[in-house]
Design a protein around this ligand. Structure first.
Ligand code: PLP
Length: 430
């Protein structure tokens, strides 16, 4: 090494030490609603099915049978933890695919039924107008709450764009609860499907899904429930809820990203949207991800064990965080239901500031949060839930979400509140 090189390397080292010493001692990750770490126990459980039990579960040889048995066991355990039967579970690549399969699959099954009805009518020489289904009939309506995730809302929009379905958005109140009277009115007018999320990703409000399901079923409208933010965090009982389909996503409760499931009752007819070899009851073709299914089952089981006690601790630290933030930043306003909300979820709007700018400043202070839903980040869009709740675009764009799956220490809460205050001051917002 030349002397000059040594000198420049020393300078670089000093610089990187200076940068490091400016950085806070450790990052505080408060974006669990977007994604979270995979525990070592989950990795340990899934790894043997990548390195040893790697057979294709559809193969008839011994390795294939080993994989198939593991897949069956994972499916049974996963189903039990969601109050479902093993036969209800369709493994997918995540929550988005599960939502797409429910919304598009149920509507496409309706279209297939109409084609078959028309074909039968043609064979029997009945006039085509005798068909009970035509565009804009009740069979071509989809009801969605106004705060659904884009995985649901965009799937409904796709049905409008390609098949002329009418998409009816059911309004929510100022805390993001679905308007059950409006739901009841629209359900009685008829629909192919209603979609109601169990817990909102942006503001944490837990929706009255049980009542919504009863209202829709009284009007013979099947219900899809997006439980992506709920599963593994609050109790989910698929059969008890009597939903027709329900979507979950593994990376929200400790499984790797790209894993999820749709739970379906056999009474619901679904047209597959991924065609191929007919795996997963013909509803989701593709070689099953055996290691992924094991990760889903183990992560969910661990998340459900001791949930009640953990949720009580989470809710206590959530409420302490809300108090500390509201004290540190005058004008900070909690969004969503203050009580009936996800236990590790606190969301706010802030005065005189853009949420993205605040997020970036907080990040530089080692506090990692989100400005709403992960999907909207970088697009500078106002979070849709907040607009549906009646907030102005400026208010909605000032939103930040703090989400966590482990209770926060009181020193962390103090640090977050102090950092927020410092960021607001640095951004001339207070
Ligand atoms: N539904 C809700 C409510 C979500 O919050 C998300 C992701 O954040 C999804 C669906 C999509 O799930 P995934 O990331 O597994 O595709």
């Amino acid at each position: 090494m030349t002397g000059q090189n040594a000198t420049s390397q020393d300078t670089q080292t000093q610089e990187s030490q200076a940068v490091q010493s400016d950085r806070p001692e450790r990052e505080l990750y408060l974006d669990a609603a977007a994604s979270d770490a995979v525990p070592a126990s989950v990795i340990e459980a899934m790894t043997p099915f990548l390195t040893e039990g790697y057979g294709n579960p559809s193969s008839v040889h011994a390795s294939g049978k080993t994989a198939a048995r593991a897949l069956d066991a994972a499916r049974a355990s996963f189903a039990t933890d969601l109050g479902a039967h093993a036969g209800d579970v369709i493994f997918t690549s995540g929550g988005t695919e599960a939502d797409n399969l429910a919304v598009k699959g149920i509507a496409l099954a309706q279209i297939r039924l109409e084609q078959e009805t028309r074909a039968a009518a043609a064979t029997a020489s009945t006039p085509a107008s005798a068909s009970p289904h035509s565009p804009h009939s009740p069979a071509h309506r989809i009801l969605i709450s106004a705060v659904e995730h884009p995985a649901v809302a965009q799937s409904a929009q796709w049905l409008h764009d390609f098949f002329d379905f009418e998409v009816v958005r059911i309004p929510v109140d100022a805390q993001a609860h679905i308007d059950l009277d409006a739901l009841s009115r629209e359900a009685r007018r008829g629909a192919t499907l209603a979609c109601i999320m169990m817990a909102n990703n942006e503001v944490g409000t837990i929706e009255p899904v049980s009542r919504a399901v009863r209202i829709c079923h009284d009007a013979t409208v099947p219900v899809h429930v997006d439980a992506v933010q709920a599963a593994g965090t609050i109790p989910v009982d698929f059969r008890g809820l009597d939903a027709d389909t329900l979507a979950v996503s593994g990376h929200k409760f400790g499984a790797p990203k790209g894993l999820g499931a749709l739970l379906t009752r056999s009474r619901v007819v679904i047209e597959p949207i991924v065609s191929g070899g007919g795996q997963e009851r013909g509803l989701r073709s593709g070689t099953p991800n055996v290691a992924g299914a094991i990760a889903l089952a183990v992560a969910l089981h661990e998340a459900c064990a001791g949930m009640e006690e953990r949720d009580a601790h989470l809710a206590a630290s959530r409420d302490a965080l809300i108090k500390a933030i509201c004290e540190a930043v005058p004008g900070a306003t909690l969004t969503g239901d203050p009580v009936n909300r996800l236990p590790g979820h606190a969301s706010f709007t802030f005065p005189n500031v853009n949420g993205e700018a605040l997020l970036v400043d907080l990040d530089a202070r080692g506090i990692e949060v989100s400005s709403g839903s992960a999907c909207a980040i970088g697009r500078h869009e106002a979070p849709g839930t907040l607009l549906a709740m009646g907030l102005s675009e400026t208010e909605a764009k000032s939103a930040l979400r703090f989400s966590f799956r482990e209770p926060l220490h009181h020193t962390d809460i103090r640090r977050i509140a102090q950092a927020l205050r410092a960021s607001m001051t640095a951004l001339h917002a207070m």
